[in-house]
Design a protein around this ligand. Structure first.
Ligand code: DQA
Length: 143
């Protein structure tokens, strides 16, 4: 089972950026958490982070034909990017959306998720645990 975890802009600043919202743990800690969860389940994982919309589109396209499931936190691009939505639809790999914070309880502009329209489900507001939930959802779904 091969999973791809994609994290969007500013998530590399975890631990520094708005700790009251995103917590005090670093991006390296998030990566270690995701790797631990995947190891526990014997799943292979690649973790990709970019601050660039086109790089995220390129990575999604490159997953076609070699990846069983995608976990994606598109960060701010969640609320703006039709290109990421279209890339997810183009590859039609089962995808799950994750947000560290509960976007539905924040500013109205965060209530729209384009990428979410191509995802089977969303885990938002559970911090790092949302990634565990997403990985476990995909592993159940993919059998
Ligand atoms: C986020 C929520 C987004 O609205 C925001 O732009 C982010 C992070 C989250 O994980 O809670 O950068 O995706």
């Amino acid at each position: 089972m091969k999973l791809l975890v994609i994290n969007g802009p500013n998530l590399n600043m975890l631990g520094i950026r708005e700790p009251g919202i995103y917590g005090s743990e670093s991006y390296a800690a998030l990566e270690a958490f995701i790797r631990r969860v995947c190891d526990e389940h014997g799943a292979e994982v690649e973790i990709f982070q970019s601050n660039h919309e086109g790089a995220i589109v390129d990575r999604i396209q490159a997953a076609w034909g070699n990846t069983d499931g995608i976990v994606i936190n598109p960060a701010a691009y969640t609320h703006t990017s039709v290109a990421i939505l279209d890339a997810l639809k183009a590859v039609s790999i089962p995808a799950v959306e994750v947000h560290l914070s509960d976007v539905s309880a924040r500013e109205p502009f965060r209530h729209i998720s384009y990428a979410g329209m191509a995802c089977e489900t969303t885990f938002a507001g559970y911090g790092f645990d949302g990634y565990r939930m997403a990985v476990e959802y995909l592993l159940r779904r993919l059998g």
